[in-house]
Design a protein around this ligand. Structure first.
Ligand code: ADP
Length: 190
């Protein structure tokens, strides 16, 4: 299996690049943000709980997202591989993911990090908020909170994969095709 963690702050372009990777490599896309928004639109209890936290830019509890990922791994046993987008977002989530994959005789192949500075992120998210309809993209205060959550809780996840010699970082500023080319080069070396 080719199991990629696509890493980077909110607005780095993970979703855009995931779509292109799915098309080219036939991987299954697992975005915890999308899964949570799915729960919200279905009006589930989990969705109701998550919505409060997401709207203020706070991470939802580890066990909630780990449970969702575990279900998706079980439901896609014959996949060629997975792209993890927006997960793992804490070191505890990364440890849990290693455990889930290990129990299936699988592991993470690579983490690819998209590097984008804070000012550019804020601009991109505000722009996206104009038509995405995502409440967490519309408000500068919430955007800054999400970037702070990223720096405090998520950035350390890079160290987790560096220790396993799986971490690669690329410039997240440039055309969509340029960035995709850089990711694809990393995949080819795997
Ligand atoms: P982005 O990366 O663009 O901010 P996402 O769609 O990945 O957006 O996530 C939106 C929100 O969903 C996050 O701010 C957080 O509240 C919640 N969320 C998504 N994935 C996770 C996760 N792995 N752990 C905790 N919270 C998460």
């Amino acid at each position: 299996m080719l199991n990629l963690v696509l890493f980077g702050p909110p607005g780095a372009g993970k979703g855009t690049q995931s779509q292109k990777l799915i098309e080219k490599h036939g991987l299954i896309h697992l975005s915890t943000g999308d899964l949570l928004r799915g729960e919200i639109s279905q009006g589930t209890e989990l969705g109701l709980e998550a919505k409060k936290l997401m709207d203020e830019g706070t991470l939802v509890p580890d066990e909630v997202v780990i449970g969702m990922i575990s279900n998706k791994l079980d439901a896609n046993k014959d996949a060629k591989g997975f792209i993890f987008d927006g997960f793992p977002r804490t070191v505890a989530q990364a440890e849990a993911l290693d455990g889930l994959l290990d129990s299936k005789g699988e592991s993470i192949s690579r983490m690819v990090a998209l590097e984008v500075g804070d000012d550019e992120l804020e601009n991109r998210l505000l722009l996206r908020g104009k038509d995405s309809g995502r409440p967490d993209d519309a408000n500068p205060e919430v955007i800054r909170k999400r970037i702070k959550e990223y720096n405090d809780k998520t950035a350390p996840v890079a160290g987790f994969y560096k220790k396993q010699d799986k971490f690669k970082s690329i410039n997240g500023i440039g055309s969509i095709e340029q960035i995709f080319g850089a990711i694809d080069k990393i995949i080819k070396t795997y």
